[in-house]
Design a protein. Structure first.
Length: 137
């Protein structure tokens, strides 16, 4: 290979590497990567759950709904699962809340403030959801 061709290829390789590193740095700083983390809380029946009643008839469900409405600016979605509405079902999972929070602790604190959790009507497991994008419904 001629010296000028080798020199040109070396320069091109260096420029490509610099461009790639620069692009990676730019991507790391882009607003898309600075999004608020998304968390999912899976709600299960708690010790205070009355098995003879459906979800919407549970004592304390009105306070739970009010809590969700009061915190709606932090929520992406919140709803019961269809199979949880009728009384006597075998599935212990009753609903899900999807929320925005800066940290796992912040998301857990929000869910812990739910009267349904505090009153042991339900329990919740909070997990970080590594979703890239949530489409409007």
């Amino acid at each position: 290979m001629r010296t000028s061709t080798r020199f040109t290829l070396t320069i091109l390789a260096m420029l490509a590497t610099i461009g790639f590193q620069s692009g990676a740095h730019h991507a790391a700083q882009s607003p898309a990567t600075q999004r608020t983390p998304v968390f999912v809380a899976i709600y299960d029946r708690g010790p205070a759950w009355d098995e003879s009643k459906g979800t919407l008839q549970q004592t304390g469900i009105a306070e739970h709904s009010q809590f969700l409405r009061a915190n709606s600016e932090k929520l992406i979605a919140a709803a019961p699962f269809q199979q949880a509405l009728a009384p006597g079902g075998s599935d212990r999972t009753v609903g899900m809340v999807i929320t925005l929070a800066a940290t796992q602790e912040e998301a857990e604190s929000l869910i812990a403030g739910d009267p349904a959790i505090a009153g042991k009507l339900m329990t919740a497991t909070v997990r970080r959801w590594l979703v890239d994008r949530v489409k409007n419904y």
